[in-house]
Design a protein around this ligand. Structure first.
Ligand SMILES: [Zn+2]
Length: 393
């Protein structure tokens, strides 16, 4: 008896997920259409959608284009049926966003880290979450959870930060430490994976089964979606593109190895190049941060432009390698480094053309994301939203 009830509950949960996703993906859809497309019985569709309406996740609306007669009633996702908090931890600050069910940002905030021990940083994160929820005074029952994206090797199942490149921490149970302080379901993931997830749910990856996300900026990351599924490796460590080898005995990387991609094209590497140019008298003044270097390139400084074009070419080699390994339908280039624009990407595109087998080249579309600082936090929010739409299978 218990078993058959268990099975019934599971089937109902799966059907609920199918219907909820269909409503999300179609924007607005009639009950009859859901039944037809899902092959579920009209009675099942009616029962489940009644529950979704009651929960506030879905609402009824009439179609605008009535052709005489009564306009059909459509079901649509109610974006304000729930809220999530997405956070991104960098080496210097925490960025947070409160979003609705479509990852639209309702409110955002950030705080500079007041130290670099796990206790202090988690205190900063928790303080920011509480502040964000208080200032927007959202109903706590409608907050589905907290998502945190951060650099490093993460074990998302156990909520453990296995290794942090910026803080030098190892095996910190971050998920639990946050969850017990805010009393909301908490999820953690590598920041590149959270960004990839939001591309899959709401962005450039929503209509393709095989795509990669390459992030450039402070570090260089890779998110992998193949056959519609995330690939995170045997121990969650896949996608460490920044630490693939470019040159034997090359410059020292933060990971401890030499000659990694990141040691050539990560922000700190570019700043080191700029320092070198200043010392040689090629630049008039010392560059303070990466924004300044980007502005210089954009305003015509040739030394800054060369720093970016060299980095762009090296990035192009790596992207060409990825095309050959994965044969993806699309590669999305994202991250704050995309602000460098054509100075980075024109040389990248040339290198991709030059170093990709011509038989494979036409199948991969390369798209460069319009970058906004919110993207990381929205990505982390998607970590929770994924749970809302996930099938229990
Ligand atoms: Zn490395």
């Amino acid at each position: 008896m218990t078993n058959s009830k268990g099975n019934r509950d599971l089937i109902r949960a799966i059907n609920r997920s199918i219907i909820l996703n269909m409503i999300k993906n179609y924007g607005a859809i009639a009950r009859a259409e859901i039944a037809k497309k899902s092959k579920l019985s009209p009675a099942t569709v009616t029962g489940i959608t009644a529950n979704l309406i009651q929960e506030g996740l879905v609402f009824e609306k009439t179609s605008g284009d009535s052709t005489g007669g009564r306009p059909p009633i459509l079901l649509a996702l109610n974006p304000r049926g729930g809220y999530v908090v997405g956070l991104k931890l960098t080496d210097k600050e925490v960025i947070a966003a409160l979003t609705d069910l479509e990852a639209n940002i309702i409110s955002k905030d950030k705080v500079t880290l007041s130290g670099n021990t796990p206790e202090v940083v988690i205190g900063d994160i928790v303080g920011l979450i509480k502040h964000l929820l208080k200032t927007k005074s959202v109903d706590r029952d409608l907050v589905f959870g907290i998502g945190l994206g951060l650099a490093g090797i993460i074990d998302p199942q156990n909520g453990v930060l296995v290794k942090s490149p910026y803080f030098g921490w190892k095996n910190i149970p971050i998920q639990l430490l946050i969850q017990e302080k805010v009393n909301l379901p908490t999820y953690i993931e590598n920041d590149v994976n959270t960004l990839t997830l939001s591309e899959k749910l709401f962005g450039g990856g929503h209509d393709t089964e095989n795509f990669l996300v390459v992030t450039v900026g402070r570090g260089v990351g890779l998110g992998i979606v193949m056959n519609g599924q995330f690939y995170s490796g045997d121990s969650g460590g896949a996608g460490e593109l920044g630490h693939t080898m470019i040159m034997k005995d090359g410059p020292l990387c933060e990971c401890g190895k030499r000659g990694c991609l990141e040691a050539f094209i990560g922000d700190p590497a570019l700043l080191k190049e700029a320092d070198e140019a200043f010392r040689k008298g090629l630049l008039e003044y010392k560059i303070q941060d990466i924004t300044q270097l980007t502005t210089m390139a954009q305003t015509g400084n040739e030394v800054a432009q060369t720093i970016y074009s060299t980095a762009g070419e090296i990035l192009g080699w790596s992207v060409a390698n990825l095309i050959q390994v994965f044969n993806p339908g699309r590669i999305l280039i994202s991250g704050e480094g995309t602000r460098a624009g054509k100075f980075l990407f024109d040389p990248m595109k040339e290198a991709i053309k030059k170093y990709t087998m011509p038989e494979l080249l036409p199948y991969t579309e390369i798209l460069i994301d319009e970058w906004g600082d919110d993207a990381w936090a929205r990505g982390a929010a998607s970590l929770v939203l994924q749970e809302v739409f996930k099938s229990p299978r």
